[in-house]
Design a protein around this ligand. Structure first.
Ligand SMILES: *[C@@H]1O[C@H](CO)[C@@H](O)[C@H](O)[C@H]1NC(C)=O
Ligand SMILES: *[C@@H]1O[C@H](CO)[C@@H](O)[C@H](O)[C@H]1NC(C)=O
Length: 382
């Protein structure tokens, strides 16, 4: 999400639609025993937590400026309409769902997420959030991590009402989970303004272990709530996104300060996941090295079919990196030629490359193993 969000009339108009998450727990009908026994044939459930990189529309239901519900967002989506995804088309969760042979999981706040749809999974992510509660405060009403986890508990109560407590537990234990969070703790917190509260409190080399230790608590909680296979992405090269090239870049180069942040954060994240796994005694947490995946097409865009990895498709100012992507922004004609859709978020084409690497990348990208290995292993053991 952009660091400085102007309140335009379009965003003001969309603020009128407000549905509070806590009200989404209408009674679920108990299905017949025949639909209950079909539980074993469905694709494994999929749960998504995190920020705008994986939000599929929860913020559409909130009074926040962190939203993607106006054109040209969604221009290449099957519906050709904005959905709340921060992408021209599909996002990473959609593409993972496809690999699971399942339909996309609905945002948790969507009124359509009820009955049997709940058994597919749910997307709890909310644009603008971070590991810390004080990340993204300028976006006001967003669903912070602790609240996403509360929603997950509420979700499990709703599923228990449909397939029973044991069925719900099995569904959650067998599910795949994706969590993408952390970038905003730099962009929309530590580096949001000069002399931010957090940057006065900690020098960068101490801020990073601090947020990693807070992240560890969140992941432990996720495990305690039943998650057993969790893909954890690192941050991309934060200093190389069009927004940072425009605001802090040096002659077209990436922002050294944000690059330093990412290069401290990602290895420490991977180490923390290894420690959690050895404490648990199982490979629950799988690290996806999104920094490395992005760097490939940032350093050599042509090799991946992009004409640029610096200029965003939608935006304005240098690199189309200033402000938001709106109906008035510059818009490129062919989104597949751009690594970045807007100032912060990859294009659908870039998302496809990332998911391909999550699926079959070597241990350089996926640690301790890739998603196709996980799917094969879990198919044998369950
Ligand atoms: C975030 O806020 C929630 C609710 O106020 C609180 O329970 C939680 O401990 C906070 N987390 C941190 C890391 O401060
Ligand atoms: C990743 O996935 C592919 C299958 O798509 C497999 O052949 C390969 O060995 C895997 N790599 C690792 C390191 O697990």
């Amino acid at each position: 999400m952009a660091s400085f969000v102007p309140l335009t009339t379009t965003t003001l108009v969309s603020l009128v639609l407000v549905i509070i998450g806590a009200t989404v727990n209408g009674g679920e009908a108990r299905p017949s025993s025949s639909s209950r026994s079909s539980t074993n044939n469905r694709p494994r459930a999929f749960f998504v937590f995190g920020d705008s990189l994986v939000d599929s529309g929860n913020n559409n239901y909130l009074a926040t400026t962190a939203r993607a519900d106006a054109p040209p967002y969604g221009i290449d989506h099957p519906t050709h309409r904005p959905t709340g995804r921060f992408s021209n088309g599909l996002n990473i969760p959609d593409l993972i769902s496809q690999r699971l042979g399942a339909e996309s999981v609905l945002p948790y706040l969507s009124p359509e997420l009820r009955g049997d749809k709940l058994l597919i999974g749910a997307n709890f992510a909310s644009a603008g959030i971070g590991i810390l509660n004080d990340t993204g405060i300028q976006f006001v009403n967003i669903i912070r991590m602790y609240r996403q986890l509360e929603h997950f508990e509420e979700y499990q109560r709703r599923v228990s009402a449909i397939i029973g407590a044991a069925g719900a537990k099995r569904l959650v234990n067998q599910a795949l989970v994706l969590i993408t969070v952390g970038g905003n703790d730099f962009v929309n917190n530590y580096y949001l303004v000069p002399y931010s509260v957090r940057s006065q409190q900690y020098p960068l080399p101490q801020y990073v272990p601090f947020i990693i230790s807070e992240y560890r608590k969140l992941l432990q909680k996720l495990y305690d709530l039943g998650a057993r296979r969790v893909l954890v992405t690192g941050t991309g090269p934060l200093g190389c996104v069009p927004a940072e090239l425009a605001q802090r870049g040096t002659n077209g180069g990436c922002s050294p300060e944000l690059q330093r942040a990412a290069s401290l954060y990602n290895p420490q994240l991977e180490r923390m996941l290894q420690e959690l796994n050895s404490k648990i005694g199982k490979d629950v947490f799988i690290a996806a090295n999104t920094q490395e995946m992005h760097l490939n097409f940032i350093t050599n865009p042509q090799a991946f079919g992009f004409t640029t990895s610096k200029v965003a498709c939608c935006g304005q100012g240098p690199y189309n990196g200033l402000g938001l992507c709106t109906p008035l922004s510059n818009l490129c004609p062919n989104r597949d030629l751009y690594a970045f859709w807007d100032a912060f978020h990859p294009s659908e084409k870039a998302n496809k490359i990332i998911v391909e690497q999550i699926m079959s990348g070597s241990t350089r990208y996926m640690n301790p193993m890739n998603l196709s290995t996980i799917l094969a292993l879990d198919a044998i053991t369950t």
